[in-house]
Ligand binder design. Sequence first.
Ligand code: ADP
Ligand code: MG
Length: 234
Amino acid sequence: MKLSSSKLNSNLPIVLELVDVVKSYTSGNTTFNALDGVSLKIYKGEFISITGPSGSGKSTLMHIIGLLDNPSSGQVLLEGQNISHLKETEMAKIRNVTLGFVFQQFNLLAKTSAVENVTLPLLYSDIPKSKHQALAVEMLTKVNLQDKLKNTPAQLSGGQQQRVAIARALINDPKIILADEPTGNLDSKSGKEIMALFHHLHENEGRTIVLVTHDLELAKQAQRIIIIKDGKIS
Ligand code: ADP
Ligand code: MG
């Protein structure tokens, strides 16, 4: 961990803030808080990691930060605006233009070229269709896949597939890149390359990156580590 004090970030704008977020699940007559009063500020341009043991609430927190799920109570503020109570369709629109997702399983369309995979998030944007292809090529060049533009996922290694997913996450110029166990399906060499790419995007492009991982060693590479246990941040 290079920086540990949140004071270092306190002059930067807040991109996303959670205020006392509770997420509960009810089964039968018992209610269980998967998130139990989580407050968190994500500052523009920071690289933070969220880590904790299995079942601690990482994925639940990731879904709230990723605007994929609503909290049971508490607030989610995007650039200061409360978006906790928006309808799913409104949430989906904001999610598509605000966030870039990178998943453990890459989640690429199988029979579709790298270029086409990367253009997919643009379907929801205001960017004219005539510009999609060129933008996708630009993003794939950024992740050093300019010579694999036409390849389908089956014609790419795991590390290359994850780089396509990162290019896809970048194409809407997102406010936050959210990566959930992005190296979990990769060999250690490819995993290191993907982490190096995140560091590059953070340091050279000022990207805001949230890395969710159970792996403390990976988590330590971020500027700031959030540790979650039993649905609480310590
Ligand atoms: P992690 O990602 O850290 O492994 P999760 O966020 O997936 O943890 O889960 C946190 C807790 O919430 C776990 O006890 C899990 O069983 C529970 N949980 C997650 N999703 C649901 C759900 N849809 N219904 C009921 N319980 C859930
Ligand atoms: Mg999980």
